[in-house]
Design a protein around this ligand. Structure first.
Ligand code: GLC
Length: 739
């Protein structure tokens, strides 16, 4: 049974049984021995991640070649920092660790946001999620880990496991989308990739599950904003991906900036101790987000830095990122009894435990030659190209506009089509070596396309319609870049307008007025609202931010060298006003439906009067260059699992890589349940005309929900769909009988 078939809770149970921590066996004894010899100030030093100490500006543009300030190294040697943030290059990494080992004898965690790139840049996480491919996710994280070490870091602040239902939230770009199962599987795969089977082997790094927890539910999709929600929603939607990461052995966890039911995550002992430590069994270390401890003053829950330090440490934050509340106030807090010495010691234990598990004491410095031998830049670029192929999603393809036919003359338009920088996305490390020539123009040329590039317009600025016309008239088909700049997504980029900016639609309408086929390639770090483009273009490829080989991977799909593979892990809205928009909505007491007579839904049902309440393109959706049919769908309860099966036939003339999805609904429950929830999926390859019987087993244990703090599967009737996306499929029924 493939891992991705295993449904949620059963997988959680399995992971817990096989938690990955193949660290040196004597970790606890060594932690205690180290703790015992530390002074109070040295203990406090372990609880601080310092952001200074960057290399001086070097002669070259690469700061990692710069030299470190001797005063910084003296402080390292004295044990003033348990960690520093930022990449400084391998040589400087070794200088820092030597200073630490020559002095206090405790190496540092050196962390950085190697989210989807180190020297090679892969597609943004939201794009990678659309590959629905655990092996790809793990391989990508593993490749990033080695490059991260070569850049002088041993810790990355990812995977981001925030389930995101609201496209207005810019950080939707950084995670797996709106579905806990996909987000959790991707997160666990990335933890395995970053940390490996043995985190101390010198080729892996510590990962960090963030932002714990419910950050994606910030009111209004506005970054850092408050979250209010029922405990059952926390437990059934937002917590599961973190449980999967903990069960995969994630070394560290980072709480989120926001308040959860009034209590900021940075001081929320219910979340950090009761759930994370006691229920999930997490035994790594926690680190605050950037100055989030100091921000407790802004939340209005701490009157000064001393209060903030006491609240955060007592709630369970081991290390403080950047702000200095801990190191400047905790001595007085211990003297006054506001914080116990045991609390301090336990936090230091957690930090030391990660350092021992990471093998830092046994291998404080990095072996440049061994790392260089372990990095194959060409293989990493090939992997980045494979990721770009599998991350893009074909949303429309009328009249076989795609794949581009051999010998066809293509007019390529738009600034994004020739801008490699715009392929990278938020949180890319943007090292020049990795994305030169990554454009769609370069990719189409490399794939032998007769392409004439004319910029003609920018996304938000001028549109030269005469140039659009001239280029289009000289070609058989137009490929045009639409969407948004990556700088408008990611952290601190909540948007109240998801519709296409500027005069992009004028370009599309001009091309269509000339009777030319239009292929729209949409770039950006979030779902956007483009219903007009969906009507006007003949084909639409959702490209996201495809990374340092993005243009090449996209061109492979556009030319048919690669079949379209991606499926959406978010819902694409008709309008900003319909957000948050997610397939797993409840039906309400007045279920709405789109009909010919009611294109937005009947007035007295749960809908809008000016836009469809459903997705323009739903979760799970994505086209191929062939078609498939489902038949003989069955749901059969077999002991502790339900076997879902169907015949899937490739009814077209090209290879199919169909993603068969299983959705379930509890028909009558104690609380309103989603209209559909993903419970499993399986990719199946089909030659033209081939039929395969596909079976996906879902443990009964995954069909429950939480109410009054207790998770249970209730006997009764269930609906199910075996389908290519979250909106289609025939309705099946099965019964779960009382035990
Ligand atoms: C940022 C982000 C967090 C990141 C950290 C370090 O503010 O919230 O995701 O890992 O600071 O850069």
């Amino acid at each position: 049974m493939k891992k991705s078939q295993i449904a949620f809770c059963a997988l959680l149970a399995l992971c817990a049984a096989g938690r990955v921590h193949s660290a040196p066996a004597d970790v606890e004894a060594r932690v205690e021995a180290t703790l015992a010899r530390l002074t109070f100030d040295e203990k406090l030093g372990q609880l601080w991640q310092f952001s200074g100490g960057q290399p001086s500006e070097a002669a070259s543009s690469d700061r990692s070649k710069g030299t470190l300030d001797p005063k910084f190294l003296e402080a390292v040697s004295a044990g003033r920092y348990g960690s520093v943030i930022g990449k400084r290059g391998l040589e400087n990494y070794n200088a820092i660790q030597r200073a630490a080992m020559d002095g206090i004898g405790i190496p540092l965690l050196i962390g950085h946001d190697m989210i989807h790139s180190a020297t090679t840049t892969y597609p943004i996480p939201l794009a990678l999620a659309c590959a629905w491919d655990e092996s790809l996710w793990e391989r990508t994280a593993s490749a990033i880990a080695v490059e991260t070490l070569a850049l002088g870091c041993n810790w990355t602040f990812t995977p981001m496991l925030d389930v995101a239902l609201d496209a207005r939230w810019g950080r939707i770009a950084e995670g797996g989308g709106c579905e806990p199962l996909v987000t959790g599987l991707m997160g666990a795969a990335m933890v395995r990739g970053f940390q490996g089977a043995d985190m101390s082997d010198g080729f892996h790094i510590a990962a960090c599950a963030k932002h714990y927890v419910t950050y994606g539910a910030s009111f209004g999709g506005r970054d850092y904003n408050a979250v209010e929600m029922a405990d059952s929603t926390l437990r059934d939607v937002y917590l599961p991906p973190f449980k999967m990461a903990v069960d995969a052995g994630v070394a560290t966890v980072m709480p989120a900036f926001h308040s959860y039911n009034g209590v900021p995550c940075s001081m929320n002992s219910y979340l950090l101790r009761d759930i994370l430590r006691k229920e999930l069994g997490f035994d790594g270390m926690t680190i605050s987000d950037w100055s989030a401890v100091r921000e407790l003053l802004n939340h209005g829950v701490a009157g000064n830095k001393a209060d903030a330090a006491v609240l955060a440490l007592n709630a369970g934050i081991d290390m403080e990122m950047v702000s200095d509340c801990y190191v400047t106030t905790l001595k007085a807090a211990v003297d006054s009894g506001r914080v116990s010495m045991k609390t301090i010691d336990d936090a230091v234990r957690n930090v030391l435990r990660v350092k021992y598990r990471l093998g830092l004491f046994d291998r404080p410095t990095l072996d440049a030659a061994a790392l260089a031998n372990a990095i194959d830049p060409a293989a990493n670029r090939a992997l980045a190209r494979e990721c770009a192929r599998k991350s893009c999603v074909l949303l429309k393809n009328d009249d076989g506009a795609l794949p581009l036919k051999k010998g066809v003359k293509v007019a390529l338009l738009g600034d994004l089509a020739a801008n490699e920088w715009q392929m990278l996305g938020c949180w890319s490390t943007r090292d020049l070596s990795n994305f030169a020539n990554a454009t769609l123009l370069a990719g189409l040329k490399a794939d032998g396309v007769d392409v004439n590039y004319v910029e003609a317009y920018t996304l938000t600025g001028r549109v030269d319609l005469a140039a659009v016309e001239a280029a289009a008239c000289g070609a058989d088909i137009v490929v045009a870049a639409f969407g948004d700049y990556w700088e408008n997504s990611g952290e601190g980029n909540s948007s109240a307008i998801l519709e296409l900016k500027g005069d992009q639609m004028k370009v599309a309408e001009k091309v269509k007025s000339l009777g030319k086929p239009l292929v729209a390639v949409v770039f950006g770090g979030r779902p956007m609202a483009f219903p007009d483009l969906a009507k006007t273009a003949d084909a639409i490829l959702m490209a996201w931010n495809p990374g340092g080989c993005g243009g090449w991977g996209l061109a492979d799909v556009l030319t048919g060298l690669a079949e379209p593979w991606g499926r959406l892990t978010v819902d694409m809205p008709y309008a900003t006003g319909t957000c948050p928009l997610y397939y797993s909505r409840t039906t309400t007491g007045r279920p709405a439906a789109i009909t010919a007579n009611h294109p937005f839904g009947h007035r007295y049902t749960s809908c809008y009067n000016d836009a469809p309440f459903v997705a323009l393109y739903p979760f799970g959706y994505g086209l191929m260059y062939t078609t498939v049919e489902y038949s003989g769908e069955k749901a059969v309860v077999e002991g502790d699992s339900v076997a879902f099966s169907a015949d899937v036939t490739n009814t077209g003339a090209r290879e199919a890589n169909e993603l068969v999805q299983v959705y379930v609904r509890d028909e009558v429950a104690r609380i309103a349940r989603p209209r559909r929830e993903l419970k499993g999926f399986k990719r199946v390859a089909l030659r033209p005309g081939e039929t395969k019987r596909v079976e996906i087993k879902v443990p009964v244990a995954s069909l429950g929900y939480t109410v009054d703090g207790r998770y249970a599967v209730e006997p009764g009737g269930f609906s199910a769909w075996i389908a290519p996306d979250s909106d289609s499929g025939r309705n099946l029924h099965f019964e779960i009988s009382a035990k």
